[in-house]
Design a protein around this ligand. Structure first.
Ligand SMILES: Cc1cc2nc3c(=O)[nH]c(=O)nc-3n(C[C@H](O)[C@H](O)[C@H](O)COP(=O)(O)OP(=O)(O)OC[C@H]3O[C@@H](n4cnc5c(N)ncnc54)[C@H](O)[C@@H]3O)c2cc1C
Length: 417
């Protein structure tokens, strides 16, 4: 039963607000606290906005591992695994999770959840929420024959799982998105996929949650979870204590710290990414494009174009690397030459909350059963936010889950010592 329960949600990103909406609509007394001056103060402020079941492969893979090792000494590589003793246990788990059978299981689970989530994104838009949802499809473009072959293999697995896919050669890709340059040799088009402005999404869902009775408070930081016996009784915050029948931890890359203080192990670290925004032009681009080799995403938004990407395993370090930012713009400009020379409007960085196997962590803690974890969504947090909210509501309400939660269960990780 959700109705009547006091639920405190920590974190006002895409995941936190979707949990707030689902729980408030089910009748819970919801209080969401966000330490930032606004909601979407963390990674949900500036992501690429892709809602893309076709891009569900976890960050783990032999290809990522090889790239991470090759980039160890390259300050502008798109995928960077920092060698830092404090990150060694996470890295050891990451390497173990790069086994192809584990990657395939993770990808299957994420694709299923992302497909269900895409439908929920569409239903929010249909009910009139101003989430900026736009279903123009997504193109993943390749600039080498090897890259294209890899996209075709991924596309065939996605097609077998029921996603609509279209393989395009270079000319067909340019006809879909005329801003693409001659470096593009082809791509996979996912015509049913969508994108949105992530900060606009969070704001719209927050408004709907408030309309359903949730209290959403900014500039309130959770300092620690209050344990009472084998349960969590509430949250100590910078504005006093909040009582809770259930606490949902959706604090993104910062979740581990709060959980650890309460004796709960959640191995999530930050995977830093950047965006740069440029002014829009009438010529476009019009279709969101992810470039396979450079791992750079280009998203058309209202009045601007967002270039997003890079993965830098960094713990909670939020410093900005000008070389990686420059490499990001260079990657986008190679694929879309008309982007070069535009005045930069803004630069942003965010920490993707990453579990070592790249798969989200959604479920009740074994140790504190009324503590629900909703984090670790890595590169898919916006796409997976609506289904995560739905699953959290089912967990809090002790309902039969609508999806198999085996792959996302929190107790798949145990401390090494
Ligand atoms: C460059 C880039 C591109 C990306 N592109 C995509 C994409 O195209 N599609 C996609 O689906 N995903 C994408 N992602 C990933 C996506 O942004 C994240 O997975 C998602 O934002 C995670 O949401 P979250 O709510 O878990 O975390 P966050 O958005 O980080 O929210 C956590 C919130 O908790 C708050 N908080 C932390 N500690 C406390 C505390 N103690 N008390 C109170 N509040 C606290 C933080 O301030 C923060 O606002 C991208 C990420 C990056 C960096």
């Amino acid at each position: 039963m959700v109705g009547g329960q006091d639920v405190v949600i920590v974190g006002g990103g895409a995941i936190g607000v979707c949990c707030a909406l689902e729980l408030a609509r089910a009748g819970a007394q919801v209080t969401l606290i966000e330490r930032g001056a606004e909601l979407a103060w963390g990674c949900s402020a500036g992501n690429a906005g892709f809602i893309c079941p076709g891009h569900s492969a976890p960050i783990t893979s032999l290809e990522s591992l090889e790239l991470g090792l090759r980039n160890l000494l390259k300050p502008d590589g798109a995928f960077y695994l920092k060698v830092d003793p404090s990150l060694a246990p996470w890295l050891a788990r990451f390497v173990a999770a790069c086994r192809p059978d584990r990657v395939r299981r993770g990808a299957d689970a994420m694709r299923e959840l992302a497909t269900a989530s895409l439908k929920l994104h569409a239903s929010f838009s249909e009910e009139g929420l101003a989430t900026t949802f736009s279903n123009r499809g997504i193109l993943i473009a390749a600039e080498t024959p090897e890259g294209l072959a890899s996209l075709v293999a991924e596309g065939s697995a996605n097609a077998q799982a029921g996603l609509r896919t279209e393989e395009l050669d270079g000319a067909e890709a340019r006809s879909l998105e005329p801003e693409l340059g001659s470096s593009v040799v082809g791509g996979m088009h996912y015509p049913d996929e969508a994108h949105c402005d992530s900060a606009g999404f969070v704001e719209a869902i927050a408004t709907a949650a408030r309309d359903a009775g949730a209290k959403l408070q900014t500039r309130v930081e959770a300092l620690r979870l209050l344990r009472s016996g084998g349960r969590v009784g509430g949250v100590e915050t910078t504005r006093g204590r909040l009582h809770a029948d259930t606490v949902v931890l959706a604090a993104g890359a910062w979740t581990s710290q709060l959980a650890r203080d309460a004796g709960v192990f959640v191995p999530v670290v930050g995977g830093k990414g950047y965006h740069v925004e440029l002014p829009d032009k009438p010529s476009g681009p019009r279709v969101p494009v992810l470039f396979k080799e450079s791992r750079v995403a280009v998203t058309p938004l209202s009045g601007r174009v967002r270039i997003g990407g890079t993965f830098e395993l960094c713990g909670l370090d939020e410093s900005v690397s000008p070389r990686r930012v420059a490499a990001l713009v260079a990657g986008a400009s190679r694929g879309m030459p008309n982007l070069s020379g535009r005045t930069r409007l803004s630069t942003w960085r965010g920490l993707r909350p990453c579990a070592p196997d790249g798969v989200p962590i959604i479920g009740a803690s074994e140790r504190l059963p009324n503590l629900v974890l909703a984090t670790g969504h890595a590169h898919m947090g916006l796409a997976l936010a609506p289904i995560t909210g739905r699953l959290v509501r089912e967990i809090v309400g002790d309902e039969e889950p609508s999806h198999d939660l085996q792959a996302v269960r929190p107790d798949r990780f145990r401390p090494l010592i």
